[in-house]
Design a protein around this ligand. Structure first.
Ligand SMILES: NC(=O)C1=CN([C@@H]2O[C@H](COP(=O)(O)OP(=O)(O)OC[C@H]3O[C@@H](n4cnc5c(N)ncnc54)[C@H](OP(=O)(O)O)[C@@H]3O)[C@@H](O)[C@H]2O)C=CC1
Ligand SMILES: O=C(O)[C@@H]1CCC=N1
Length: 266
């Protein structure tokens, strides 16, 4: 099996490791870690029983895939210099850094090296949620797919769409959590208990998605069925239309997309 080395063992690296191990796409002895904080390495090695005995430099030299899990604001140039010094020229770089383009990654890691730019979703443990992925020309995709698909569904994209995908799709689960919280509060405001309100919101959310799938209807058509003339639902929707709901949501996504592009440092 391939050796996978993580540089930056933070939240996202851990989420990827947990999912990849639980789906048996990698084995615990083939995962190695590097991080500024040695305690974090020890903690993750213990938590996931990562049993490689390689030193950091030997791990880098042995790696087939190197996942770059540091933040856009971190010393990516320093990380790249260190990798360039010790890694095999054939090792594939998998960058999960928001905003950092293939062009910049090629400048940092070498234009002849296989490079994947991907933006994973934090829904790694669920089997739901898309990662946005783009390969440079050197990447041989087939052997890599079982690993990439172990922590999210893969959506192959043109690179020009990756920042939009980051702000809309990956940051997008925020809106679902926030919507659930806000709607459950509305249930409590109406007099239901917190557990009752939460159950209803979860069921409506999953049921709504299921209805869309099985009916093949547009959400507006299903809303029409749900609202009798001068009834309860249409009165509620009228009030929502007096708020900034749709435009506020859309502005929020556009701001997240802009922030992704800003983070590229260009
Ligand atoms: N969280 C998310 O939803 C998603 C995040 N991403 C991307 O994943 C990346 C990581 O995000 P996330 O896991 O949330 O961030 P974290 O801050 O949890 O993880 C980053 C880790 O890298 C360490 N680090 C910083 N600089 C270096 C260095 N030079 N060498 C080695 N390790 C270093 C940090 O240590 P310390 O904290 O001590 O500096 C930290 O442990 C980001 O680039 C982000 O854009 C992509 C998709 C989704
Ligand atoms: O907020 C972040 O920086 C990461 C990237 C997209 C979602 N979460």
């Amino acid at each position: 099996m391939s050796q996978i080395h993580f540089v930056g063992a933070g939240q996202m690296a851990e989420a990827i490791i947990r999912a990849a191990l639980s789906r048996k796409a990698v084995s615990a002895r083939d995962i190695t870690l590097a991080d500024i904080d040695p305690e974090r390495i020890t903690r993750l090695r213990e938590r996931y029983q990562l049993s490689s005995t390689h030193s950091e430099i030997d791990a880098l030299a042995a790696a087939d895939y190197i996942v770059i899990g540091v933040r856009p604001q971190d010393d990516i140039d320093g990380v790249a210099r260190h990798i360039g010094q010790y890694a095999s020229p054939q090792a594939t770089i998998i960058s999960i850094i928001a905003g950092v383009t293939l062009e910049r990654l090629a400048t940092l890691f070498g234009a002849t090296r296989p490079i994947v730019r991907m933006i994973p979703n934090t829904l790694t443990d669920t089997g739901y949620g898309y990662s946005g992925v783009v390969f440079n020309q050197q990447v041989e995709a087939e052997p890599l797919m079982p690993f990439l698909e172990s922590f999210g569904k893969v959506m192959l994209l043109e690179e020009r769409l990756i920042d939009a995908f980051t702000g809309f799709a990956v940051a997008g689960i925020n809106y679902v959590y926030y919507f659930i919280e806000s709607l459950a509060d509305a249930g409590v405001l109406s007099g239901l208990s917190r557990p009752q309100a939460t159950k209803v919101v979860w069921e409506n959310l999953v049921g709504g998605v299921e209805m869309l799938k099985i009916s093949d209807k547009h959400p507006r058509q299903l809303m029409d069925i749900n609202n009798s003339p001068a009834g309860v639902g249409i009165n509620g929707l009228y009030e929502l239309n007096n708020s900034d709901f749709a435009a506020g949501l859309q502005r929020s996504v556009m701001t997240a997309v802009r922030r992704t592009t800003e983070l590229s440092g260009h």
